[in-house]
Design a protein around this ligand. Sequence first.
Ligand code: GMT
Length: 373
Amino acid sequence: MKIGITCYPTVGGSGVIATELGMMLAKRGHEIHFITSGLPFRLNQVNPYIYYHEVEVNQYPVFQYAPYDLALASKMAEVIDQYALDILHVHYAIPHAISAILARDIAKHDVKIVTTLHGTDITVLGVDQLFKKMIAYAIEKSDAVTAVSNRLKEQTIELTQVNKDIAVIYNFINENVYYKKELPNLKSQYGIKDEEKVLIHISNFRKVKRIEDIIKTFYYVQKQVDSKLLLVGDGPESTHAYQLVKELKIENNVLFLGKQKNISDLLSISDLHLLLSEKESFGLVILEAMACHVPTIGTNIGGIPEVIKHNESGLLVEVGAVEEAAKQAIDLLTNKEKLVRLSEQAYIRSQEYFHSDLIVNQYVNLYKSILNR
Ligand code: GMT
């Protein structure tokens, strides 16, 4: 098949999924055309089946805002015709699906549109009256729509009232990137003692991630367990996080690592991952941790309970229940048998339910089904 892919190319779970999917499809012999505003950051492969088409937006003095969505639609239409694309798979309803629908109207060649909903388009934009109808339109006019969790599918239907089949296709990780590595010196290179436990949080430090809860949870943990917290990533809440760490006088135990590339190395020296978000349609980072044998304490919201089975492959707490999260963390970190069991189960679940072969097959079958319609 010839497949166009549009996503946000910058760091983010949706960009990772879109790019990994493209690379895995190319390995299977499909021709992949990335149509994006910049080179997807995970696109690190030379492969004759992978093309990259950059969307350039010129600045004209007459426009107050550069018309990116229109430039994207034009580029999509050009690529659809030039390469006779079968499928255009867009990640995010707004603006990507809208641009794709316009491109399909402009192009001469017949193309099918697949839209994958990742969360923010529904849980944030979907509640904005300005966009609600447009999201519903994007969903209804797509040839197929997928959501990354059952909860996101339910929320989409609740918010937009669309009458459309939405297939749930879970996220996946690249098993060649995310696996547990033996890195005997890495802990000491970060100044962490062998006997100290390592907790880790990785995110874009947006408000929804509730970084305060991560830090407060760790505050209680480090009182009882010799441990360090690795904070990986950067974003609007970073400064506030730094201030809180200082106020709580735990700066010697918290390492602010900023944006990092080799996340699986950091996960390989970690004992426990924390994701205490108030919104999360899936939580790809949980899966990355699971693949590296690291269990997560996550919040019981959105798609997280579909990724973590409570007390089997991780633990769930309610949003804001910082003391409960700390209690669970202390219990786990001081109970070797339980920690080993949850780590192993986390890994097993990541392979059984979210293996890339399984998930990529589901996308391929979806593409085939709409082409045969
Ligand atoms: O969570 C973010 O801030 C980034 C956003 C993205 O575009 O990657 O994440 C969304 O999509 C991911 C991939 O499907 C999901 O794993 C995240 O849970 C989802 N974020 C939210 O729902 C807040």
